[in-house]
Design a protein around this ligand. Sequence first.
Ligand SMILES: Nc1ncnc2c1ncn2[C@@H]1O[C@H](COP(=O)(O)OP(=O)(O)OP(=O)(O)O)[C@@H](O)[C@H]1O
Ligand SMILES: O=C(O)c1ccc[n+]([C@@H]2O[C@H](COP(=O)([O-])O)[C@@H](O)[C@H]2O)c1
Length: 223
Amino acid sequence: MPERVGIMGGTFDPVHIGHLRAAEETVEALNLDALFFMPAADPPHKTGKKIQPFKHRWRMLQLSLEGHPRFHISDLERRLPGKSYSVITLRKLREEVLPGAELFFLVGLDAFLELDTWWHYKELFQLAHIVALRRPGYSGTEIAGFLKRKISDLYTLNAETAQFDHPQLYPVHYLHNTHLEISSTRIRHLVKEGRSIRYLVLPEVMSYIMTKKLYHLESLIIS
Ligand SMILES: Nc1ncnc2c1ncn2[C@@H]1O[C@H](COP(=O)(O)OP(=O)(O)OP(=O)(O)O)[C@@H](O)[C@H]1O
Ligand SMILES: O=C(O)c1ccc[n+]([C@@H]2O[C@H](COP(=O)([O-])O)[C@@H](O)[C@H]2O)c1
């Protein structure tokens, strides 16, 4: 039986419990054998924005995932040249890194409803199952209309499995994960204002941010 492998792409600047809990609930709900966090080296929609170097974002992920039996990190996008387009990453995974595996690509509902702005976005649905994660501020009722308008009007909701099926393309799953109103943007702002981020990130990540002075006012001014 081919392995069922989740891929969670992100900037992870920094990784927070919104990411971690959504990933945990996906692994459980969809019975995944493994889930790879895939930090983007050059996130296409963050061009020109200041993001922390890959090594810090990578280390914070490592600290967060340590000891988890099914969570792993991949440095594939750091090794690929150019912008971190998800279609390129998924092609590479299917063709070379994980041939034979069944891939599940996780995206928050905010990102899902903007998938039509991604590079060669229609191909995503030929490469992997898409898992749309609930996120406060975005409604799952928009998924059906989005699929119909932007991808294919042959997607239909299967009431039994609560997923959208298609005769040729991969299914789209809408996960009823816990609503956690947490974003990396909010965490960066809290640090900058000298406020607490305890319980929004793992303790090891909080210590790392403090020790390395990431997101602090001084570090933002100097660099
Ligand atoms: N609280 C959350 N609940 C569900 N999904 C989330 C949550 N936070 C982020 N995600 C999803 O995780 C993926 C990676 O997110 P990303 O690293 O950009 O974090 P972010 O918190 O959205 O960051 P930023 O605020 O800097 O844009 C995206 O698909 C995003 O939609
Ligand atoms: O492929 C694209 O065109 C594309 C456009 C925007 C975002 N992505 C990916 O989506 C993930 C989340 O991106 P972001 O900017 O919300 O952190 C990350 O893995 C990006 O590489 C991918």
